[in-house]
Each structure stands twice: as structure tokens, then as C-alpha cells.
Design a binder for this molecule. Structure first.
Ligand SMILES: [Zn+2]
Length: 869
């Protein structure tokens, strides 16, 4: 007898081609029907709320009076909630974001009852290789998903173990036909049989036990009220099968008995049986870049800074930080961050990012101000404070603003040592902008806003203060115009077309034509890039660039401006017209003492239906690339062998090697490597005849949500055929990257650490006697310089430093992105009595040895570790 588990559920895309406002009305309607069915019908045992608590949050915002009804059903194990906060994407969303999605999702469940302990992501567009580790970090041992696998990964079965390199493991139940095969099951027996026959053939083939799942639900589908009638009919049609209403946990109980399940590793990004949309990573680059930037600000700046402040006696504002995470995690739902939505919904998403970023920026400002305002000084002298939020002392070239009425000033540290600095810019500032009370009392004397540059060593996970004092010598600048740049690491020249030639002095190697732009047609939709057949790509090789190079004692800045002529739209491109343009400004900034070359793109796009990429030739003919995913690295072939057979084998999408990254992508051989570090775009492809060039997508312009019969994706449209003019991305967009040339391989050089450093800039606070927003002085007195924590040896990449959600301890999370096991240990600059290894849910697991306030652990390749102290 075969068991058919019918699992009632609804897949809840909060927004997609419809807005959250629209779906919320349906939600209130559907929830009442679900609650009523469960309450009035003991034969209807379970209902799964899509594995996400945002549904509950949305519902209780409208119906808080129903909390007790929900609680009762959850505690009876009938309404099944959690574990996620939203149905997260796994490709362009960072590790901390996925961790918080479970952390806050599970936390939301607490007041109701036990959550579903299954990593349920039935619709996410591909599966990250690190998911088993993240799930295990929350004591979750099971996983359900649909998209991305094929027998190429090692089995044609739909049940298997999925392991990571560092040893985490989950038991997977695949949905080979998706989560919606049991949607709106018809009462008409012929139609029912016709549909079910097709499903059973596939499900039986993949099953390793006598149990299969028929998920009874669909996107925003209301509860199927006649399910008992349907089940009667199914029993009649298939007398050799047992049909019953069930929950997903029941299937895993059966699978656990099977000793012979295969074990798979790695990420699942195959578009053979399901669409994974390899290239969705670059849709609506404005939104994608905002996500990258804001994730980095929260984990790299805000949380460590709040922890510093907490260590000095200030409150850690969980109540302000959790809503920031929730704001961006609403956007991390697969359709939302995929940006395969209507223009209206993208406005809502952008607005959430706007709110999240404003909250982050203001809270960062508040914490810096609290610390600097409370310094134990004898004078009320103006001061400038530099914050380094990495656990090692760092020498850096830093740019800061100083606002003063002084016509000339010097910077003096607490030991009275004067620090040299450059003035990059000065502008007159109306005093009303600083505090309108100044003007109110009749003082109209302007302030001067100086942009200055300095170079110094800033303490590990701490800060250093400079006093701004009057000086007789005029503020100065050593800046001069030059023809080429020379730093400790590089000689850089600019070609007439705006590309760079970089000579690496240590490697004695020349890299030419760096940052050539490549423009091609995009006949795709919001889900997928799709090229025109036999298209001749346009390059910036003939561009005539305006180039300006300046260099001072600390760094060089190269400004490159040109206009790239391109066709206005797809038809014009087919007719080889050159009637539109993309205006490009590239600002390259190189400090003398560091190998990181910062590249900022400011683009004004006037054309439609195209994709613009920047090319970084490395001279390394490669068969694979290395980039990062959550808490580790991932190695991928530069070309998928299925490119030759995908049509023959009838794949759902062409397997181009267009891949996601989080903070870097690189090519290397044993001797050296070149990497792209990113604070914006998270999409790359390795191109060139020798596969020696990193192509980073700057943006894609498309005008429709879903299109049919695309070159890279034959068949039905994904989503719906809705025009989305905003996705043409006409207008301005800014994108930030860095380039890094290094010796050794990408992993040996620990490029992930360099990326983290690039993404954790030194922050400044300038205290002056005026501020429109008044604060009373705190009782706390803070030191003039401070260091909270120092790593004992370099190696691990810091993920974040925060305060634990539920106790008065710190959470320090870090990972090993190299290919060898490492030791990571940290010395706190205050008394540490106890340190414990914890899981990702911040629950202590094992006591660590603490000696001289120092504690640590071994970290395997691609392993993430959390220490509570
Ligand atoms: Zn979905």
C-alpha cells in the first residue's frame, strides 16, 4: 500500500505582480476560513502556513483579537507556523540575513507554540550549498525545496541527505513538481485522474519509501473546502493507495527509517527540471545594490558599533535594530529581492530599503555621537573620532568632514601628537543648517565644512580621537595633477578609451584594458537575461574619454568620463542603429599603501533592452572561478558542459555560467590572482576565449515582468506578461566595487578578508558645540581611545559582533573562507569570565577555555562559528 500525504498549505508570496496591500486583504479573508475549518472539523488535522511568520505579523496587524485562536491551534499542532520570517532567497542574500530570517522567525513563533522545524523553501530560485549548515545552526535537520536539482548532482531520487564541506547535514524531501501540484483539485473524476496520473508517475519514480506528498495549495490559494470529497474520489480511482491529510513532519519520520539514502553536496542551480533564473541577480540593479549596501552597513558597521557602545555602558537597542532586519527581510522574499515584480511593488520594495537605510544611518550616527559626546575631557574642544569596526588594528587613508568656524586648524591626538592631513575641499555652510537656534539669536557667521584626508592607525574594534585646534599655518593640500599613478603596489595609466593599464610592481605583471565596458541586447524579462541571436556586442574600445588624474601624499584619484553609443531599443539594435547612449563616469581611488583599487561607477542610462557589463581581464586562462556564498566560498566551472545539450535534453533554461556572489569573485592560478570585490552588483560571469576575464554586470534593462519563448528560456512566460517600464532603469545608477591583485590563489590569499575590509570603511564623528537635535549629557564617561576586541591571529572573516538577543553577552560570529582549517582566537580588552561556543540561534553549546581574556576555536573550511562571551 502506498501512502499519499495530502498536505494543505498556501504558498504566500506577500507581493509579486500584486502588492502586499492587495495580498493582505486576501490573507485576512483566507485566515478566517483556515481557522474555521480547523476549529470546526477535527477530521481536518493540519494546515501549513508556508513556513514564514510574516504571515502572522501581517494578520495580527489587522486581527489582533485572534491571537488566542491561533495560539490554541498552534499548540494543538494543527496550525503549523515558522520557522522562517519570510520565504528568503538564497543566492543574493547575505549569510547574516538568512541567519536573522530564522532567528526572528523562530522568535516570532515563541508566543504561539512549537514551530515547524523544516527548512521549508519551496519556491526559492536555487539552493545555496551552505543551507545545511545554516539549518543545523538552528537545530533544524530537515529541508524541503523544489528548484535547482537534477540527477547531475548524484541521484535521481527525491529524497537524500545534503551535506556541507564542514560536516553539517540535512535530510531533504524534494518537491520534484513544485509545491502546487495539489492545487484546486477538481471533483470531475476524469480530470482529476488525468492530472494525478502524471504526478504519481514522477513522484513514484523519485520516492525511496512508499510515501509521497501531494501539497494541497498554491500561491495565495484559499483553503480547498471540498478536500474530503476529493479524497473520496481519489480512493475510488486509486484503490491501492492510502490517501490522508498530513503534515510534512510525517514524511520525514518515514524517510528517517531509510538507511540507504544517497548523500549530495554543493549548491543546486540546475535549470534542467525547474527554472532557477540564473541572471535574475542583475534585475533592477538599483534595488539589488541597495540590498548589498544596507546588509553591509548593518552587519559591518551598525551592530559592531552598537556593541562597542554597549560595552561602554550605553543601551543596545534591540528594539530599534530588529525592525531594520525585518524591513529588509520582507524584501528578501524570493520574488521581492528577485525583482520579478510589478513596478508598483518595486516602489514598495525600494521604499522599504529607503526606510531601512535611513534607520541604519541614523542609529549609526546616534551611537557615534553618544560615545564621542561622553568623552572624559577637560575641554569642550571640537573633536574628530575615527571608528575601526574590524577586530584588528588598521592603518588606513581616511576621508572625513570637519565643520568649524576656524580659518585654519590642526589635528592633535590625545598624546598631543599632531597629525598631518590634506584638505580636499572646503565649502561655506549656513549656520542654520547646523542648528537654526544659532541664527535665531542673530549670529549669521558662516561655518566652513572641510573635507579632509588623513592616514593613521586606528585601534582594533575601537576608536581614536583627534582634537580640532586653532592653527597659524594655513590648511593645505599636496594634491597635483599627474599623467599616471604610482603607489606602493601599482603603476596605473589610462588609455584614451578610458580603460586602465595596471602594472603590479610586486608580481612584475601588466594587466591591460581593465574596465572595458560590454553592451549587449537583452531580449529577456525580469527573471532572465536573454541575448539576441548572433548579436555583435558593443564595446567601449572606441570611446573617447575625458581623464583627470590627481595624486596627493596619501592616494590617487582617477576620474574617467565618456559616453558609450548604443541603440535606443531592441529594434534599433537589430537594425544596427547607434542612436542612444550610456553616459559613464568612473572614479578610481587608490591609496598608496594598500593593494585595493576602489572603482565607483556613476551611470546615466538612456537606452532600453540591454545589459551593460564591465570586463576585468586577468590573463589567467581558467576552468573555474571562486566567489563567496554565505559564510564560505564556492568554486564553479566557467562553462557548464550542458550548454551543448540543454536544448536536446529539453532543459527549462539555458545553463549559462552567470552566477551570484556576495562580496567577491576571483580568478587565480598558483602564482597570483585577480578579484573583484563588490558593494553593489552581485552577478558575474567568466568570459573570453580563454575564460580569463571577469565580467561583472552593471545593470540590465528590460520592460516586461515575464516573456515567453526567450532564447535562454523557451516556453511559457515566467510570472505574467506585465509591462514594467521602470525595469528599463533609465536614468542614473551608482555602483561601487574594488579590484584586487594578489599573489597566491583566491582562497590562499583570503580574498574574503580583503572584501570584508573594503566593506567596513572607517567611520567618523565630528563633535562641535552645536547640534539641532539636543541630547542631555550621559552619566557615562568614555575614554578618548578605545579597543574592545582584538584577534590574536589573522585568518577568520568577521561576520558580525552584536549583543545576544536574550542575554547580556556578546555574540561574535566569524567564518573561514580559506581552503585550510584555521585557528581563530580573540582577546577581549575587558575581563571575560566565560566564553561559550554557540549555535546560530545564540544558544550555548560548549564552554571554551578562557585565558587572559582570550578565547578561540578551530574553524574548518567554510565553517561559521559563533562565540558567546
Ligand atoms: Zn513564491
Amino acid at each position: 500500500m502506498k501512502n499519499v500525504h495530502i498536505v494543505p498549505h498556501m504558498h504566500w508570496d506577500r507581493e509579486w505582480y500584486f502588492s502586499t496591500e492587495e495580498s493582505r486583504i486576501l490573507l485576512v479573508n483566507n485566515m478566517e476560513e483556515i481557522l474555521e475549518m480547523l476549529e470546526s472539523n477535527p477530521e481536518y488535522p493540519h494546515y501549513v502556513l508556508d513556513g514564514q511568520t510574516a504571515i502572522l505579523e501581517d494578520y495580527f496587524a489587522i486581527k489582533p483579537e485572534n491571537k488566542d485562536r491561533v495560539k490554541k491551534l498552534v499548540q494543538e499542532g494543527r496550525l503549523i507556523i515558522g520557522p522562517w520570517y519570510t520565504q528568503t532567497d538564497e543566492m543574493v542574500v547575505g549569510g547574516e540575513s538568512i541567519v536573522r530570517n530564522l532567528l526572528y522567525g523562530l522568535k516570532d513563533c515563541e508566543e504561539f507554540g512549537s514551530p515547524m522545524m523544516i527548512g521549508y523553501l519551496p519556491d526559492s530560485f536555487g539552493q545555496s550549498s551552505q543551507m545545511p549548515q545554516i539549518l543545523n545552526g538552528f537545530d533544524i535537520k530537515y529541508s524541503i525545496f523544489w528548484r535547482g536539482t537534477s540527477e547531475r548532482h548524484g541521484t535521481d531520487k527525491t529524497e537524500f541527505y545534503w551535506e556541507t564541506d564542514e560536516g553539517s547535514k540535512v535530510l531533504v524531501q524534494l518537491f520534484p513538481l513544485g509545491y502546487a501540484i495539489g492545487k484546486y483539485l477538481p471533483e470531475d473524476e476524469e480530470k482529476l485522474q488525468e492530472r494525478i496520473n502524471k504526478y504519481f508517475a514522477v513522484l513514484d519514480r523519485g520516492a525511496t519509501t512508499g510515501n509521497i506528498i501531494l501539497p494541497n495549495g498554491h500561491d495565495q490559494m484559499p483553503i480547498q473546502k471540498n478536500i474530503f470529497t476529493i479524497m473520496e474520489k481519489l480512493r475510488k480511482l486509486y484503490p491501492d493507495r492510502e490517501f490522508f491529510l498530513s503534515r510534512y513532519e510525517n514524511i520525514f519520520a518515514e524517510l528517517e527509517r531509510n538507511q540507504e539514502l544517497p548523500t549530495l553536496t554543493g549548491e543546486f542551480l540546475d535549470g534542467k527540471y525547474s527554472r532557477v533564473h540564473r541572471s535574475i541577480y542583475s534585475t533592477r540593479m538599483d534595488i539589488k545594490a541597495a540590498n548589498t549596501r544596507i546588509e553591509n552597513k548593518i552587519t559591518n558597521i551598525l551592530e559592531p558599533l552598537a556593541s562597542l557602545a554597549y560595552s561602554l555602558g550605553f543601551e543596545y537597542h534591540h528594539g530599534l535594530i530588529e525592525p531594520i532586519w525585518k524591513e529588509i527581510m520582507k524584501n528578501h522574499a524570493h520574488d521581492s529581492i528577485g525583482c520579478c515584480c510589478s513596478d508598483k511593488v518595486h516602489q514598495e520594495i525600494s521604499n522599504r530599503f529607503f526606510l531601512a537605510e535611513e534607520k541604519v544611518d541614523q542609529l549609526i550616527h546616534f551611537y557615534k555621537r553618544k560615545i564621542v559626546d561622553s568623552m572624559a575631557t577637560e575641554t569642550e574642544q571640537d573633536r574628530l573620532c575615527a571608528f575601526n569596526l574590524l577586530p584588528y588594528e588598521r592603518e588606513d587613508v581616511m576621508t572625513a568632514s570637519v565643520i568649524s568656524k576656524l580659518g585654519s586648524f590642526k589635528l592633535v591626538d590625545e598624546n598631543n601628537a599632531e597629525l598631518e592631513f590634506e584638505v580636499l575641499d572646503q565649502e561655506i555652510m549656513d549656520p542654520g543648517l547646523i542648528d537654526r537656534q544659532i541664527v535665531h539669536y542673530g549670529n549669521y557667521d558662516p561655518f566652513i565644512k572641510y573635507t579632509i584626508q588623513l592616514k593613521d592607525r586606528i585601534p582594533a574594534m575601537g576608536y581614536k580621537t583627534y582634537f580640532v585646534t586653532e592653527s597659524d599655518t594655513e590648511v593645505r593640500s599636496s594634491e597635483s595633477a599627474v599623467d599616471q599613478v604610482e603607489t606602493d603596489f601599482y603603476k596605473i595609466t589610462v588609455n584614451p578609451n578610458g580603460t586602465l593599464n595596471i602594472f603590479d610592481k610586486k608580481l612584475n605583471k601588466r594587466f591591460s584594458n581593465i574596465l572595458m565596458l560590454e553592451d549587449g541586447g537583452d531580449d529577456g524579462d525580469e527573471y532572465d537575461f536573454s541575448p539576441l541571436p548572433d548579436e555583435k556586442l558593443i564595446y567601449s574600445d572606441k570611446a573617447k574619454a575625458d581623464v583627470n588624474i590627481k595624486q596627493n601624499q596619501f592616494e590617487a584619484v582617477i576620474t574617467i568620463r565618456y559616453s558609450l553609443t548604443v541603440p535606443e531599443n531592441l529594434d534599433d539594435r537589430k537594425n544596427l542603429l547607434a542612436n542612444s547612449s550610456v553616459d559613464v563616469q568612473i572614479t578610481v581611488t587608490v591609496a598608496h599603501h594598500k593593494p585595493i583599487i576602489k572603482v565607483a561607477f556613476d551611470i546615466d542610462n538612456h537606452a532600453k533592452d540591454h545589459r551593460l557589463r564591465a570586463l576585468i581581464p586577468t590573463g589567467i586562462a581558467s576552468s573555474f572561478s571562486v566567489s563567496d556564498n554565505q559564510f564560505g566560498s564556492i568554486t564553479r566551472h566557467v562553462i557548464d558542459e550542458a550548454m551543448d545539450i540543454w536544448e536536446e535534453e529539453d532543459w527549462d533554461e539555458r545553463p549559462d555560467s552567470i552566477y551570484p556572489m556576495l562580496t567577491y569573485a576571483g580568478l587565480s592560478d598558483k602564482e597570483y590572482g585577480v578579484s573583484l570585490l563588490t558593494n553593489s552588483s552581485r552577478e558575474y560571469e567568466i568570459v573570453g576565449e580563454e575564460y580569463d576575464t571577469i565580467a561583472v554586470t552593471l545593470f540590465r534593462s528590460v520592460g516586461v515582468l515575464g516573456k515567453e519563448n526567450m532564447l535562454r528560456r523557451p516556453g511559457r512566460p515566467s510570472g505574467i506578461k506585465l509591462p514594467t517600464p521602470d525595469s528599463q532603469l533609465l536614468g542614473r545608477i551608482s555602483l561601487d566595487f574594488s579590484l584586487l591583485i594578489h599573489s597566491d590563489s583566491t582562497l590562499k590569499a583570503n580574498v574574503a578578508r580583503m572584501a570584508k575590509e573594503y566593506l567596513t570603511p572607517i567611520h567618523f564623528y565630528n563633535k562641535i558645540p552645536f547640534n539641532a537635535m539636543k541630547l542631555n549629557n550621559a552619566e557615562i564617561k568614555t575614554p578618548l581611545s578605545y579597543s574592545f576586541l582584538n584577534e590574536v591571529q589573522p585568518g577568520a572573516v568577521l561576520s558580525t559582533l552584536k549583543k545576544a538577543e536574550k542575554e547580556d553577552r556578546y555574540v561574535l560570529r566569524f567564518y573561514n573562507a580559506t581552503d585550510e582549517e584555521i585557528s581563530a582566537s580573540f582577546e577581549a580588552r575587558h575581563a571575560v569570565e566565560e566564553a561559550q561556543l554557540a549555535n546560530l540561534n545564540e544558544q550555548p553549546m560548549k564552554l571554551l577555555k578562557v585565558q587572559n581574556n582570550t578565547f578561540g576555536t578551530r574553524v574548518r573550511t567554510n565553517q561559521v562559528r559563533t562565540i558567546l562571551f
